[in-house]
Design a protein around this ligand. Structure first.
Ligand SMILES: NC(=O)c1ccc[n+]([C@@H]2O[C@H](COP(=O)([O-])OP(=O)(O)OC[C@H]3O[C@@H](n4cnc5c(N)ncnc54)[C@H](OP(=O)(O)O)[C@@H]3O)[C@@H](O)[C@H]2O)c1
Length: 314
C-alpha cells in the first residue's frame, strides 16, 4: 500500500488530466490546474489560470506543495503547432522548463509526451531509439522531455497516444469518429498511417503504477496492437455495432495537412511490461471499454487492474 501523496496535475480538465484527477483522488491528495473549469462528476480542486502567467507557477507550487507533478498541459494540436511554432515552443517547452524549475526539489515530475518523436520508417520504436522528430509539435515536446530530465533525475517521461471521452468542450478524434460512424457520415480513414493506441483509462492505471512503484526514466505506455487509422475505425465500428459502409480508405500522402507526420508512430511496450508486470492492452479490449464507458460518468470508469492486464512476459 502506497502512502498518501500530494499530487499536482496540470491540464486537469483535458482528456488525460481529468481521468488522472479522478483516479488519483481515490488514494491521494490531488490539486489540478487548468485554464478551464473542472467538469467531472467527482468533486475536485482545480486552480484556474494560464501556466504562462508570470508568478502563477510559484503560487501553484506554494498552494499544492506537491510530492508529485503530472504535467499534462500542452499545445497538442499537431497542425496548429506547425502553423504557430512560437506558441508551440512557449507552451510545450518554455512552460515545462519553468515548471520543472519551480517544482519542489524532492518532487517527482511526470511528463506526458508523444509517440510522434521518430521518423516513422520503423515499427514499434523503443526507448533506446534516438528521437528524430518531423513536426514542430514533436520537437517542442522533445524539448520538454529534455527540460524535465535536466531539471531532476526524479522524473518519469511517458510517451503515449490515447483516446477517450472528453468533457465535450473539445472533441477527441475517437469521439468524432464514433459520432461520424453513428450518423452515417462519409469518412476517409488512412490505411498507411499506423499507431499503437491505448484507452485513456488504461494509460492512467499504468502511469499510476509507474509513479507509485518507483520507476523512473522514459517509458512507452501504449497499446499492444499496431493498427492503421482505418483498422482502428473498423475495430471501433465492430465494438460499437456501427456500420463501416460510409468509410472509405485514404492515404495520408493525399491529405492536405500542415504537419508532415511520421507514417508509423507505433511504440514498443516491452520496457513497460518488463518493469511493471502489466501487459499492454489489446486494441479491441480498449475500444470495447471505451464504448461501454460512453454514458458513464468519469468516476465510474475505473476498475481495479484485472487479470487481463497481467503480463505474459516473464
Ligand atoms: N491525446 C493524445 O493522444 C496524446 C498523444 C500523445 C501525447 N499527448 C500528450 O498528453 C498530454 C495531455 O493530452 P490531452 O489530449 O489530455 O490534452 P487536452 O485534452 O488538450 O488537455 C490539456 C489541457 O491543458 C490546458 N492547457 C494547455 N495549455 C495551458 C496553459 N498554458 N495553462 C493552463 N492550461 C493549459 C488545455 O486547455 P486548452 O484546451 O484551452 O488548450 C486543456 O484543458 C499533452 O501533454 C499531450 O501533448 C496526448
Amino acid at each position: 500500500m502506497n502512502a498518501k501523496r500530494k499530487v499536482l496535475v496540470t491540464g486537469a480538465c483535458g482528456l488525460l488530466g481529468s481521468h488522472l484527477m479522478v483516479s488519483l483522488s481515490r488514494h491521494h491528495e490531488v490539486i489540478g490546474v487548468d485554464r478551464h473549469p473542472w467538469w467531472g462528476d467527482h468533486p475536485a480542486t482545480v486552480l484556474q489560470g494560464d501556466l504562462a502567467t508570470p508568478g502563477f507557477l510559484t503560487t501553484i507550487m506554494a498552494t499544492a506543495s506537491p510530492d508529485i507533478i503530472v504535467h499534462c498541459a500542452a499545445m497538442a494540436n499537431v497542425d496548429a503547432c506547425e502553423r504557430h511554432p512560437e506558441l508551440a515552443y512557449a507552451c510545450n517547452a518554455t512552460i515545462t522548463r519553468d515548471l520543472a524549475r519551480a517544482a519542489p526539489s524532492h518532487a517527482l515530475i511526470v511528463y506526458v509526451t508523444t509517440d510522434g518523436l521518430f521518423q516513422g520508417d520503423r515499427s514499434f520504436a523503443t526507448e533506446e531509439q534516438l528521437p528524430c522528430p518531423r513536426t514542430v509539435y514533436a520537437r517542442s515536446k522533445l524539448h520538454g522531455e529534455w527540460d524535465v530530465a535536466l531539471a531532476t533525475p526524479n522524473h518519469l517521461i511517458v510517451r503515449t497516444n490515447f483516446y477517450g471521452w472528453s468533457s465535450g468542450r473539445k472533441q477527441t478524434a475517437a469521439e468524432w469518429l464514433y459520432h461520424a460512424l453513428d450518423a452515417g457520415e462519409l469518412v476517409t480513414l488512412f490505411d498507411d498511417f499506423f499507431f499503437t493506441p491505448i484507452y485513456v483509462v488504461d494509460v492512467v492505471q499504468r502511469v499510476e503504477r509507474l509513479m507509485m512503484d518507483g520507476h523512473r526514466g522514459i517509458f512507452h505506455v501504449v497499446g499492444k496492437d499496431r493498427v492503421s487509422k482505418h483498422q482502428f475505425g473498423a475495430m471501433l465500428a465492430e465494438a460499437s455495432g456501427l456500420s463501416m459502409s460510409h468509410v472509405v480508405r485514404g492515404s495520408i500522402n493525399a491529405a492536405p495537412m500542415a504537419a508532415d507526420r511520421p507514417k508509423d508512430m507505433s511504440l514498443s511496450s516491452a520496457r513497460f511490461e518488463a518493469a511493471t508486470g502489466l501487459r499492454a492492452p489489446e486494441c479491441m479490449s480498449g475500444l470495447q471499454r471505451f464504448v461501454a464507458d460512453r454514458d458513464r460518468p468519469l468516476s465510474a470508469r475505473f476498475d481495479a487492474i484485472g487479470e487481463r492486464d497481467r503480463a505474459v512476459v516473464s
